[in-house]
Design a protein around this ligand. Structure first.
Ligand code: MRU
Length: 351
C-alpha cells in the first residue's frame, strides 16, 4: 500500500506529489516551518493527508519549543498552529487535526516533556485512524454502488486516492474495494485542470495497482456520460457543510451537473472529519485561490498572450441536491441525513 505521510527516524517522510508521475521522491521534514511550506506548495495535498501532515507539523513545532514553562509552551504552540492553519483554507481536515492536537496539549496534565510525548502519540493516532477510516469508506462505498451492471465504469475527478489520505483513499478507496470484489471494469479519470491531479496522480495510483484507467480531459466527461461509458461518479471532498453541500476540486460541480443530466449516481466519499457541522450550507466555505501560473504555464511554456486577467479558484461547491449519497466511515448517508454520520451527536439528541 502507498503511504504518502510516514513518521520515521524522528522526522516525517512525504512523497513529493509535485514530481509524480515522472519522479518518485521522498522529502524528509524535520521542522514545522518546512511542513507548512510542504502543505502550501502541495508536496503533500488532499484533505485528509494535509490533516495528518499538519498534525505531525504540530509535533515538530512543539519539539522546537525550548521552555519548560507550561503557559509559555502553550502560547508558543498556538503560534505553530497559526502558521499551519495559514497554509490552505478550504480543507477542513487541516483545522480539525490542528484542533485535536491543541486539545491534547491543553488536556495533558503533566510536564512540557509529557505534553510533547502525547502530541506525537496523537499525531500517530490521527495517521493510523485515517487509514482505517478510508478502508471503511471503501467498503461502505462498495455497498452503495449501483448493483448493475456487475462491472462498473466509475468516473472520478482530481485525486482522492491513497496519496490524498494516510493511505487507501476515499473516492479511490471505493474504487479499490470495488476492484478487489470484481465490481469494477475501469476508472475514468478526469485530468483535472489546472494542476492535473487526475492525469498525474489518480492515473499513477491506478497503474501501480493494475486497475484499468482511462484519462480524459475535463471537457470530455459529459460526452462520455452521454455515450453510456459511465455508470457512477465517485469524488472526494475538502469540506462538507451540515446540509451536504460539498467543496471539492474545481470542476467537481460541472461533473455533478452532467451526472444529474444523464441520471448517473454521483457519490461523495469522505471521512466525518471533512464535515464542518458549524456551516449550515456551502455558501460560507472558504475557497482557496491559487496563483495564475497554474493556468497560463505548462512546464516552461506560457499558454496565453500577455495582457489577460486570470481567475483561479481551486475548489467549487456542489449543492447537496446533486449528490446521491455521502459515503463516510460510518456508512452512506443521504446528504440531508448527514447529522446521522456522527453517532455521538445522534446519541445526545436521542437522550
Ligand atoms: O488541491 P488538492 O489537490 O489538495 O485538492 C484535493 C481534492 O480536491 C480532493 O478531492 C479532496 O481533498 C479529497 S482527498 C481524499
Amino acid at each position: 500500500m502507498l503511504y504518502p505521510v510516514i513518521w520515521q527516524n524522528d522526522s516525517v517522510s512525504l512523497i513529493d506529489q509535485t514530481r509524480l508521475p515522472n519522479e518518485y521522491t521522498v522529502v524528509q521534514i524535520h521542522r514545522s516551518e518546512d511542513m507548512a511550506q510542504a502543505i502550501k506548495t502541495m508536496i503533500v495535498r488532499g484533505a485528509p493527508a494535509i490533516g495528518v501532515a499538519a498534525a505531525y507539523g504540530m509535533y515538530l513545532g512543539a519539539r522546537e519549543i525550548e521552555t519548560e514553562n507550561h503557559h509559555e509552551f502553550l502560547a508558543d504552540l498556538e503560534k505553530v498552529a497559526e502558521l499551519l492553519r495559514s497554509t490552505r483554507p478550504t480543507a477542513v481536515n487541516l483545522f480539525w487535526a490542528i484542533s485535536r492536537m491543541m486539545k491534547t496539549a491543553y488536556e495533558t496534565l503533566g510536564t512540557v516533556a509529557e505534553i510533547k510525548q502525547n502530541l506525537l502519540q496523537t499525531a500517530q493516532a490521527i495517521n493510523a485512524e485515517d487509514i482505517q477510516t478510508c478502508q471503511a469508506i471503501g467498503d461502505h462505498g462498495l455497498a452503495a454502488l449501483p448493483t448493475t451492471p456487475e462491472k462498473l465504469r466509475i468516473l472520478t475527478h482530481c485525486n482522492a486516492g491513497a496519496l490524498a489520505t494516510a493511505g487507501y483513499g476515499t473516492a479511490l478507496g471505493v474504487v479499490r474495494s470495488a476492484w478487489r470484489e470484481g465490481r469494477l471494469e475501469r476508472v475514468f479519470a478526469d485530468e483535472t485542470r489546472p494542476r492535473l491531479q487526475g492525469a498525474k496522480l489518480t492515473a499513477w495510483e491506478c497503474v501501480q495497482e493494475g486497475i484499468p484507467v482511462t484519462v480524459i480531459t475535463d471537457s470530455m466527461a459529459a460526452h462520455c456520460m452521454k455515450q453510456g461509458l459511465i455508470h457512477a461518479v465517485v469524488v472526494g471532498a475538502d469540506r462538507i457543510a451540515a446540509n451536504g453541500d460539498t467543496a471539492n476540486k474545481i470542476g467537481t460541480y460541472s461533473v455533478a451537473i452532467a451526472a444529474k443530466a444523464h441520471n448517473i449516481p454521483f457519490f461523495v466519499a469522505a471521512p466525518v472529519s471533512t464535515v464542518d457541522f458549524s456551516l449550515p450550507d456551502g455558501s460560507q466555505i472558504p475557497i482557496e485561490e491559487r496563483h495564475p501560473t497554474e493556468i497560463y504555464q505548462i512546464g516552461n511554456t506560457t499558454l496565453t498572450p500577455s495582457g489577460v486577467d486570470f481567475y483561479n479558484p481551486a475548489f467549487d461547491v456542489t449543492p447537496s441536491e446533486l449528490i446521491t449519497a455521502i459515503i463516510t466511515e460510518n456508512g452512506a448517508f443521504n446528504p440531508g441525513d448527514l447529522a446521522k454520520s456522527q453517532p455521538q451527536t445522534l446519541n445526545t439528541a436521542d437522550m
